[in-house]
Design a protein around this ligand. Structure first.
Ligand SMILES: NC(=O)c1ccc[n+]([C@@H]2O[C@H](COP(=O)([O-])OP(=O)(O)OC[C@H]3O[C@@H](n4cnc5c(N)ncnc54)[C@H](OP(=O)(O)O)[C@@H]3O)[C@@H](O)[C@H]2O)c1
Length: 352
């Protein structure tokens, strides 16, 4: 790439926004051009506005930038920002993302509000890169210069990456119980007094997302529509006192008999040829040790972009296998996923 593409981050001061800032620092194709957040942060330098908590030093270039109110995002179009990575709360994102897409940006969004709209791609590049073709449909339908592309919820992405190589065996039913890290609740998220020494068996709207998003992602693009995958997902979601990394216990029922070795082989064989800076060599890494995966040991696998699986074993029901999966929620499940989507869109010519 001869000249870097200028990008902005919406919601740059939050848990996911900070991850964007960290991951974009030194990116070979993208250059951070603007940071946007609420009125609370607008006008301050990023150093003053963000309670940086990822590393000892925030990236120098970002630290000196002045945070702008999100309303400025559309105006900043003149400054040749081409991509906006969005990590806004849903209530704010709905309108802002639309306006930005209408104005001509590629909006690569982490937010749930547009994910299930028919002409909005919900993409994991290792799973359903062909769904990016919905971009053309969206621009036609809405008469927009730009477009919105979304990545899934942080727990969905872990699940969908594991299910993709198992689709060949004929999945009929999935049950999943999550153990989700506190960074998934946002910077101000769960009060420490509520989560330390505790497990909270409720995460607002999380189960709905986990039960619907995988079916769209693993569905088939037929003409200009997605036909959902033909199985059911039943999810139970829980917050646990882990900083980063969502762990999931997953039960999968198949049409016929499938043994553990076939599943292990399918995970091992699962490779992609995306060949972009954030694409992991292995989307799913098989852990053979009997007590893996664990968030502390495995969340940074593939620079946070690989999901780890282990404990593959027979379930109690007919044709059922169960296993544990683990992935980094703010990298693979959020900022890294959006950046990978943008890389693939650039490579496929959707961003000129
Ligand atoms: N955390 C995860 O693992 C994860 C994973 C996948 C998707 N997501 C999604 O990503 C989005 C961000 O999540 P988060 O965890 O990063 O949240 P967060 O830590 O609460 O950060 C929210 C960001 O949005 C900004 N903001 C809040 N209200 C605003 C307003 N009225 N106008 C403009 N900006 C406003 C905040 O700016 P100020 O600092 O100025 O208030 C902050 O930069 C959410 O939609 C979430 O569902 C999160």
């Amino acid at each position: 790439m001869s000249e870097k593409i200028k990008v902005g981050v919406l919601g740059a001061t939050g848990s996911v926004g900070q991850r964007f800032v960290q991951l974009l620092d030194g990116h070979p194709w993208f250059e951070l051009g603007a940071l946007f957040a609420s009125e609370r942060s607008a006008g301050k330098t990023y150093r003053e506005a963000a309670k940086w908590f990822l590393t000892s030093e925030m990236p120098q270039d970002a630290a000196e930038m002045t945070v702008q109110p999100v309303e400025n995002a559309v105006k900043a179009m003149n400054d040749e920002l081409r991509i906006l990575f969005s990590a806004l709360p849903g209530s704010v994102a709905k309108e802002v993302e639309r306006e930005c897409a209408q104005a001509g940006y590629c909006v690569a969004s982490n937010v749930s509000v547009h994910r299930m709209e028919k002409d909005v791609p919900l993409v994991i590049p290792e799973v359903n890169p062909d769904h990016l073709a919905l971009i053309n449909e969206q621009r036609r339908n809405r008469n927009w210069d730009g477009f919105i592309v979304t990545n899934p919820n942080c727990s969905t992405i872990v699940l969908a990456l594991c299910l993709k190589p198992l689709m060949e065996f004929g999945i009929t039913e999935v049950r999943v119980a999550t153990m989700q890290a506190v960074s998934g609740a946002g910077y101000a998220g769960v009060p420490s007094m509520a989560i330390l020494d505790n497990v909270i068996p409720y995460i607002e709207r999380e189960e709905d997302k986990m039960e619907s998003e995988p079916l769209k992602i693993l569905g088939t693009l037929e003409g200009s529509e997605i036909r959902n995958a033909d199985f059911t997902v039943c999810a139970s979601c829980h917050r646990v006192p882990v900083m980063d990394g969502h762990t999931e216990a997953i039960w999968v029922k198949f049409r016929g008999e499938v043994n553990e070795d076939a599943v292990k082989e399918a995970f091992k064989k699962f490779k992609t040829d995306l060949n972009t800076p954030f694409a992991p060599q292995k989307p799913v890494i098989l852990r053979e040790e009997r007590d893996r995966p664990q968030p502390k040991l495995d969340r940074d696998a593939g620079r946070g972009m690989s999901v780890s699986v282990g404990r593959i074993r027979r379930g109690r029901l007919k044709n059922e296998l169960k296993f544990i999966a683990q992935g980094h929620n703010t990298i693979r499940g959020a900022a890294g996923a959006s950046i990978l989507n943008a890389e693939v869109m650039l490579k496929q010519g959707y961003i000129s």
